[in-house]
Design a binder for this molecule. Structure first.
Ligand SMILES: C[S@@+](CC[C@H](N)C(=O)[O-])C[C@H]1O[C@@H](n2cnc3c(N)ncnc32)[C@H](O)[C@@H]1O
Length: 290
C-alpha cells in the first residue's frame, strides 16, 4: 500500500472523469500504464479530507457528483460513504465499472506488489481470466503492444511527470500522441507544483501537438484544475498536487461534455474549501482545445 496520493485532489481530477469515460466508451481493451493498487484501506489525512472528503460532503448538494459513476462506484463498495472504508484506485474502479464487458484488461507497472494486488483483486471479483499484467517501464510495454490496439480500445496514461524521458528518450506524452494518432480512446493525467511549470508544460504540449499529425477530429482537449493560490515558483501549500491536467483524445461527444461539466462542478464545490484549516482550497480551471 505504498501509494500515498490515493484520494487526494489529483486522484479526484482523474477518477471523476475517468469513470464516466469508461461507461460511455465501452472499450474492448482497457489499458493502464501506471496502475498502482486496485484499492486502499482508507485512513484519514488532511489531504484526503480536502480531496475525496470534499467530494463526498458535497454529493448531497450536487446532482453532478451524486450521479457520477465515480461516486456511485465508491457508494457500492462502502457500507457507509460518510465513513469511507475503501478507496478504489483506477484499476479497481475500471474493473468494477467495466466488469466482464471488456475482452482484456492490460495493467502495467514497475512495482510487482501492485501487479500482484491487481491479480488477487481480479480473482476476487471473477475477472482473473481477463487480466494481463506487465512489469516493466510502461512506455516500452506500450510501444511493444500498440500495434494490437485500435479505436475500440481505451488507454489511461497516468505518470505525474510528462517531461521525463525513458532510456529510449521517449516521454509519456509521446505515448499519448502515438495512441491518439492510432485512433485509440486516450486519456493522460499529469501534475505540477507551480505556475512556471504549468506554463512551460502548456507551451511544450502545444508545440509537440503542432509538430505531430494530430487532427482536429481527434478532439484533443486539455482541462487543468489548479489551486487559485498557485505561485510563480514556490509552493505555499500542497494538498498532494498543486495543479493537474487531464488531456483526452478520440472520446465521444458525451464524454467531452461530461469532462467539461465535471471540471466546472469541482470548481464550484471547492470554492469555499479550506486546506489544513487555514489555506484556501479554491480551484481554477483552464481549458485548451487543440
Ligand atoms: C500515479 S501512481 C498510479 C495511480 C493509479 N493510476 C490510480 O489512479 O489509482 C503511479 C504508479 O506508477 C508506477 N510507475 C512509476 N514509473 C513507472 C514506469 N516507468 N512504468 C510503469 N509504471 C511506473 C509506480 O510504481 C506507481 O505504482
Amino acid at each position: 500500500m505504498s501509494y500515498k496520493h490515493y484520494g487526494r485532489i489529483g486522484d479526484i481530477w482523474k477518477h471523476l472523469p475517468l469513470c464516466n469515460f469508461l461507461l460511455n466508451e465501452k472499450p474492448r481493451f482497457y489499458i493502464e500504464t501506471n496502475s498502482a493498487q486496485p484499492y486502499y484501506h482508507f485512513t484519514y489525512s488532511p489531504e484526503r479530507d480536502y480531496g475525496i472528503g470534499t467530494v463526498i460532503n458535497n454529493a448531497l448538494k450536487s446532482d453532478i457528483i451524486a450521479n457520477s459513476i465515480f461516486y456511485q462506484t465508491l457508494l457500492n463498495n462502502n457500507k457507509n460513504i460518510m465513513n469511507l472504508n475503501e478507496y478504489l484506485g483506477s484499476p479497481g474502479l475500471a474493473m468494477n465499472i467495466l466488469k466482464n464487458n471488456v475482452e482484456k484488461y492490460i495493467f502495467c507497472d514497475i512495482d510487482e506488489n501492485s501487479l500482484n494486488a491487481i491479480n488477487e483483486y481480479s480473482l476476487k471479483i471473477n475477472l482473473f481470466n481477463k487480466v494481463e499484467t506487465y512489469k516493466n517501464d510502461s512506455i516500452k510495454t506500450i510501444d511493444s503492444l500498440i500495434n494490437n490496439f485500435s479505436c475500440l480500445d481505451f488507454i489511461h496514461i497516468d505518470p505525474y511527470s510528462i517531461l521525463n524521458k525513458n532510456i529510449d528518450g521517449k516521454t509519456y506524452f509521446d505515448t499519448f500522441l502515438d495512441s491518439v494518432k492510432k485512433g485509440i480512446k486516450s486519456m493522460l493525467w499529469y501534475g505540477y507544483e507551480n505556475n512556471s511549470q504549468r506554463k512551460y508544460l502548456n507551451n511544450w504540449m502545444k508545440e509537440k501537438i503542432k509538430s505531430s499529425c494530430i487532427q482536429s477530429d481527434n478532439n484533443v482537449i486539455l482541462i487543468e484544475l489548479f489551486l487559485s493560490s498557485i505561485k510563480e515558483n514556490e509552493v505555499v501549500v500542497n494538498p498532494g498536487v498543486v495543479g493537474s491536467g487531464v488531456i483526452i483524445g478520440n472520446l465521444s461527444q458525451k464524454s467531452i461534455n461530461e469532462f467539461d461539466s465535471f471540471s466546472n462542478e469541482l470548481v464550484n464545490i471547492y470554492q469555499d474549501s479550506i486546506i489544513l484549516d487555514k489555506y484556501s482550497g479554491k480551484l481554477e480551471k483552464n481549458k485548451f482545445i487543440f
